[in-house]
Design a protein around this ligand. Structure first.
Ligand SMILES: *Cc1c(COP(=O)(O)O)cnc(C)c1O
Length: 285
């Protein structure tokens, strides 16, 4: 996996009270989501080092992790199987993209999907197939994400990003020094789960988790968020999506007027731009 440093770009946007920096991890790869790429970098390196020729993982029908894993496996010439949760139609552009990369997709019912170890054991031999957790979480993921901090050469800044499982937040917090303030904008209502993860890695004191901008839950949108996304894209030329980066940048407008008013701000673009091409968004736009 080729991983060069993504640029740190200064932007001015009329909805923001001041210029901010954007860490363009969306530019790490044309298709694959930035933070999923970071999370996979060392994870797949381990699989490769151990001479595995097959990787299996899990995802939803609109999962950035699914597409990222499929692509990484194609590059490394490793066979890839992905369990897809639920009865969602198997023709989303995410599914199709993973299939283009040659992944085998196995659709399973929600009830079966819950016990991932059992599901894995029923299909594969762990001596031959390397298992990657849903969303790509795990120690190697944290190591990959932590490298983002070393690539930002600013003395003191607030680093703002969209947070779902909290893995990215933990990876950033683990690598951050006392002059980097992590601001994680939750894109779903899972405060308890995220805080438990922060506690598990003893980084709870280093992360400001913002729970007020979930807009009703995962992938839920409002007319104002949709308008913001289209306006931001047209004015900056930077693609965002309403599920992750768009939601977090929408929140950033308000944070910039309050607690981040006097801070140097870096927004981490975690990628995920395939999301904007979802029919749900395109039909409303
Ligand atoms: C998965 C994802 C996130 C959330 O990352 P977590 O580590 O689960 O918190 C943020 N942005 C994008 C684009 C993603 O695909």
């Amino acid at each position: 996996m080729n991983l060069f440093q993504s640029p740190l770009q200064k932007i001015e946007y009329s909805g923001f009270d001041k210029p901010i920096y954007i860490k363009r991890d969306d530019m790490l790869h044309p298709i694959v989501s930035g933070n999923k790429w970071r999370k996979l970098k060392y994870t797949v390196a381990v699989a490769q080092k151990l001479n595995y020729t097959h990787i299996a993982t899990f995802g939803g029908a609109y999962s950035n992790h699914m597409v990222a894993t499929a692509c990484a496996c194609a590059e490394l010439k490793i066979r890839c199987s992905i369990f897809i949760r639920g009865q969602e139609p198997m023709d989303s552009h995410y599914i199709k993209t993973a299939q283009l990369y040659g992944a085998t997709l196995i659709q399973v019912e929600r009830s079966q999907y819950a016990d991932k170890n059992k599901l894995f054991a029923a299909h594969f031999d762990s001596n031959q197939t390397y298992f990657i957790a849903e969303g790509g979480k795990g120690l190697h993921a944290l190591q990959g994400v932590g490298e983002i901090i070393n690539e930002i050469n600013l003395a003191k800044y607030a680093l703002v990003h969209a947070s779902a499982t909290g893995t990215t937040a933990v990876g950033l917090a683990g690598a951050a020094n006392k002059n980097t303030f992590i601001h994680s904008v939750a894109v779903l209502k899972n405060q308890k789960e995220q805080e438990e993860l922060f506690n598990e890695y003893s980084v709870q004191g280093k992360i400001n988790l913002h729970m007020d901008y979930t807009l009703g839950g995962y992938a839920k949108t409002t007319a104002a968020l949709m308008k913001f996304c289209t306006h931001f894209i047209a004015e900056t030329g930077i693609m965002i999506d309403p599920v992750y980066t768009g939601k977090a940048l929408f929140a950033l407008q308000i944070l910039l007027q309050n607690e981040l008013k006097d801070k140097e701000v870096v927004f981490l673009h975690t990628g995920g731009t395939l999301g904007i091409f979802s029919p749900a968004f395109m039909q409303k736009f």
